[in-house]
Every structure is written in structure tokens, then in C-alpha cells.
Ligand binder design. Structure first.
Ligand code: HEM
Length: 488
């Protein structure tokens, strides 16, 4: 079934990346006066940017999301609270989840800047996301919001400011924000089929890639006396609080840029000394799966290609089944194995490809991250990053992604693919760039395997370059649901 998405009811950041709104700030808020905070949400409603608004016409955007404690503060009836997804109800910080996500050692929640304690779980209620064309405009929007919050019974607990790095790069120096799934029903059906995903993978109230409706948070009609909400798709006797809303994963990921490039530089020197001349840039690009300018190794295995900086219409099965171009354990190939998810599974390569493409539609996320902290080298070029002195400044990625099933989408990618040393027949190879070697035992280091002929090549002794410094799961409601929550 091809369903049209109700764009005017969906918060804009779920559908659009706001690339033109280069400045962003995230406020984590605590509600201290429920009645006043609800008035504030009601008054904010007309300013919330929905996906029906063209990004060409705006110079700023405002979005609002809730933690579980935040939804509970809205006085949603107890029977409704229990219908929210378990990952959201439990929160990102449970013993089980920390092990599953690799949030251990230096990434343990006790060491987080925010979100890691029971106290934060109870007292972070809202996430206010502010976007603007530049820092000056952002400051105006921030000041406006801060002045209203002061009298709205809402306290700012944490203010997280982002940084826009040159050429769409993240701190390791690679172009980011290229490969994104495209939601059906939002008017972009012309995009390539493998990338077109049913809206239910990201939004409640629509069919997902199993052609089912995700169980959405609901309330009984007597708890919606103003009849604001629509009927639930799975049980029309209930009202759907989730419709047009999505689950937002927010993780502050600190990047040790110097250590990552030192490792690549050292590995290149050792290989060159062993008569296998190579460069740090080549090794690091093999680990990511794209060159720093964004061009994919599967299509440009020898040199970066300026014409393919944002190229994304490719698979691995036909051109690069064995990983000789883009290694099987690289970040992008494990985060989205595309048409090569099933390997030697049905005994028929064509069937494997077809099934892989179908299955992979169930494990996609919409990434909406922003970097924070100053760049190590202003140019963001690998050679300048390698030559820059360590400055010990905090920098990294506010990793944000939307999905409708945190367990099947974000958590599966993080646990089963990124942190899995045995991914796709590898042995001690979690994600070389962002993975957690300690998953293999205390103090363990990992290996990166580059499939090659006549024999594979390896980099050994890889440590952890990305540590978690904060995080929480949020629910970003549709606009009607926001109205409902503020009216209960
Ligand atoms: C500091 C941490 C991270 C960095 C520096 C990073 C960097 C990158 C870069 C440079 C790309 C390629 C450009 C693009 O296609 O947009 C990429 C792709 C991707 N990343 Fe990450 N990433 C990080 C964390 C994560 C995490 C935690 C996940 C999921 C759990 C993730 C999932 C993905 C996915 C799904 C893709 C697209 C793969 C594809 O479809 O080809 N990343 N990342």
C-alpha cells in the first residue's frame, strides 16, 4: 500500500536534514511546573516547524521531543504510558543495554556528561532543538526561547551547542550525511528503489517494511475528550498518540581524532617499510568505506573522484562481493550491507541480492547528527589533521537518528553490526573507526581486515576512538499529539 505522509503533522527534522540551517543548539529541559510547562508547549505549537513547510522559506526551525519521564509529566493516563516502546520506557541506561551498546569502560554512563544517572533519567523531560542559518540567527532564536522558558516552569539542564565543519565533514575528516533512506509517501518516489522505505519504519501510524503497523502508543477515547487524536491503525477503538511521531536516539559521541589518525599513520609507515607502500589516508578510507571527499570505494577504489562525492546509488554484491574495493568490515558496509547482507545464503546469488535488498529495508535509520567542538585542523584535510598537535579539546558527534523501532533498527545496527567482532565471517574486527574492542575482553584491541589478493591485509592493535559522553531516547510527537499532550 502506498500511503501519503501527513507532512503538516510531522516535525520537519524527521523528513529533512536542515542542511541549509547550519547552526544548531539542543536544550535538555526539566519541567518544574507542569501546568505552566503545558501552557508553554501550547504557545510554542505554531512555531514548531513541520515537514509541510519548505526549507527554502525558513531561516530557523524549532522541534520538540520528550523523554519517558517527560511524557509521564504530561499526565498521560497510566494505561497509555505502558503502551510506549520498552526501550523508551526503560531508557538508554540499563545494565543490559550498556553491555549491548558497548557503553562500558570509558563510555560507561557513570562517566557521561549528561543522561547517565538515575537523576538525569528522572529529570531530563524535554529536548528543544533549535536550528538556524547561521550563529547570529541561532543566538536570536536561543535568546527568544530562553526568555520564555524562564517563566514557563522549565529549567535548562544542559545546553549542547553544535559546530558546522567545512565541506559537510565530521571530525575525522570525512564527508558525512550522504547515505540516507528516503521515505515513501513524502513526494520523492523517483529515488532508487533499494533506498525507498515505507514510512512505518520511521513514523508511527504507517505501514512498515513488514507491511504492518508498529504498535503505537495509545490512549482510550475517554482520555481524549477534545477528540484531537486519530484512531489507532491496529486497534481503531483506541486513539493513536504516536501517529506522525518517531523515536529519536540521541548519543553524544566523543571522537579522539588524533589517536585515530596516529593509528592510520603508524599502520601506513609499517606497511610501507614492509614493501607495501600505502598512505594513512588510504587505510583510513578503507576503514570507513568512502574517501574523505565522500566518494565510495566500491565505485572509486584507487582514487577519490570529485564527481562522486555524494554518490549513493550502488550496491556491493555485483561489483565488490569479496570486499576487495570496500572492505566488508568498513563502517559503511557494516552499518548498511545493502544488497550484500545475505552471503551464500540461498545458494543462488541473484536470490541473495533480491532478499538482501528486501531485508535491509528493515534495518535503516534516518541520521540527523551534528558535530560539536572545534576542528583539530581548520582545513579538515587528513594531512593537516595528522600534522596538527594534540590539543585535548572535546570534540565529536551528536549522533541523532530517527526510527520507529529502536531495538530492531538503531540497537541492532550498534550491537550486531558495529560492535560485532565476528561480523560477516570476520574474527576480531568490530567497526575499526567507531567500534568497541573491549567487547572481546578487558583491554582487548581489535583488527581491521582488508580483503585483498593474493592475501588479505590487516591492521592490528586497534583501540577505541569514539566514546559515549551522554545520551537518551526521545519520542518526537506529531503536532496533533503535541497539542494532545499539552491539553491533558
Ligand atoms: C562518531 C561516530 C560516527 C562517525 C564519525 C560516523 C561517520 C560516518 C561517515 C563519514 C559516513 C559516510 C557518509 C555518509 O554516508 O553519510 C557514515 C555513514 C553511516 N553511518 Fe556513521 N558515523 C558514526 C557513528 C555511527 C553510528 C553510531 C551509527 C549507527 C548505530 C552509524 C551509522 C551509519 C550509517 C547507517 C551510515 C550509512 C551507511 C550507508 O548507507 O552507506 N554511524 N558514518
Amino acid at each position: 500500500m502506498n500511503e501519503s505522509v501527513e507532512l503538516n503533522d510531522v516535525q520537519g527534522i524527521i523528513i529533512k536534514g536542515y542542511d541549509k540551517l547550519k547552526a544548531a543548539s539542543f536544550l535538555l529541559l526539566e519541567i518544574t511546573d507542569i501546568a505552566k510547562s503545558k501552557q508553554w508547549i501550547t504557545s510554542l505549537l505554531p512555531s514548531i516547524t513541520h515537514a509541510g513547510i519548505s526549507t527554502q522559506t525558513i531561516d530557523s526551525a524549532i522541534q520538540l521531543a520528550f523523554t519517558y519521564s517527560g511524557v509521564a509529566k504530561m499526565n498521560i493516563p497510566a494505561e497509555g504510558l505502558t503502551t510506549f516502546p520498552p526501550e523508551f520506557v526503560e531508557g538508554m541506561v540499563t545494565e543490559h543495554r550498556s553491555r549491548m551498546l558497548g557503553d562500558l569502560d570509558d563510555s560507561a554512563p557513570e562517566k557521561w556528561n549528561w543522561g547517565g544517572s538515575d537523576y538525569d533519567f528522572e529529570s531530563i523531560h524535554l529536548l528543544l532543538m533549535l536550528y538556524a542559518t547561521d550563529d547570529t540567527k541561532l543566538q536570536i532564536v536561543l535568546n527568544e526561547q530562553k526568555s520564555t522558558l524562564a517563566s514557563a516552569g522549565i529549567k535548562i539542564k544542559y545546553e549542547l551547542d553544535s559546530t558546522k565543519l567545512p565541506n559537510e565533514k565530521e571530525h575525522f575528516g570525512f564527508r558525512d550525511g550522504i547515505a540516507q533512506p528516503v521515505m515513501r509517501g513524502v513526494g520523492h518516489e523517483s529515488k532508487h528503489e533499494a533506498n525507498l522505505i515505507n514510512p512505518g519504519e520511521f513514523l508511527f501510524g504507517y505501514q512498515n517494511e513488514y507491511e504492518k503497523y508498529m504498535f503505537s502508543p495509545t490512549v482510550s477515547p475517554e482520555h481524549d475528550p477534545q477528540n484531537i487524536l486519530q484512531a489507532d491503525k491496529n486497534n481503531p477503538a483506541l486513539k493513536d498518540v504516536g501517529r506522525n511521531g518517531s523515536m529519536l536516539v540521541f548519543r553524544q559521541l566523543e571522537q579522539n581524532v588524533k589517536a585515530f589518525w596516529n593509528m592510520a599513520d603508524q599502520a601506513a609507515k609499517e606497511k610501507t617499510a614492509q614493501q607495501d607502500p600505502t598512505t594513512a589516508e588510504y587505510i583510513a578510507s578503507k576503514m570507513l568505506g568512502r574517501w574523505p571527499n565522500g566518494s565510495p570505494l566500491t565505485k572509486c577504489p584507487v582514487h577519490p573522484d570529485p564527481a562522486k562525492e555524494t554518490f549513493d546509488n550502488f550496491g556491493y554484491a555485483e561489483d565488490d562481493y569479496d570486499g576487495f574495493k570496500c572492505p566488508i568490515g568498513s563502517h559503511i558496509r557494516r552499518a548498511n550491507p545493502r544488497d550484500n547482507f545475505l552471503r551464500d545464503s540461498t545458494g543462488d546469488k541473484e536470490k541473495d541480492i533480491e532478499k538482501s535488498m528486501m531485508f535491509m529495508k528493515r534495518f535503516r535509520i534516518l541520521r540527523r547528527g551534528r558535530s560539536y567542538g572545534p576542528p583539530l585542523a581548520a582545513s579538515m584535510e587528513p594531512k593537516d589533521i595528522i600534522n596538527a598537535a594534540e590539543d585535548h579539546k572535546e570534540r565529536g558527534l551528536y549522533f541523532l537518528c530517527f526510527n520507529s523501532n529502536i531495538g530492531r533498527q538503531f540497537e541492532l545496527i550498534q550491537q550486531t553490526w558495529i560492535n560485532n567482532p565476528k561480523f560477516a565471517g570476520l574474527y576480531e574486527d568490530p567497526d575499526p573507526m567507531i567500534g568497541y574492542p573491549g567487547i572481546m575482553g578487558e583491554g582487548a584491541t581489535s583488527t581491521f581486515t582488508e580483503q585483498a589478493l593474493p592475501v588479505r591485509k590487516q591492521v592490528k592493535g586497534i583501540t577505541r576512538f569514539v566514546n559515549v559522553k551522554g545520551g537518551a531516547y526521545f519520542f518526537m510527537p506529531g503536532l496533533k499529539a503535541l497539542k494532545y499532550l499539552s491539553s491533558i
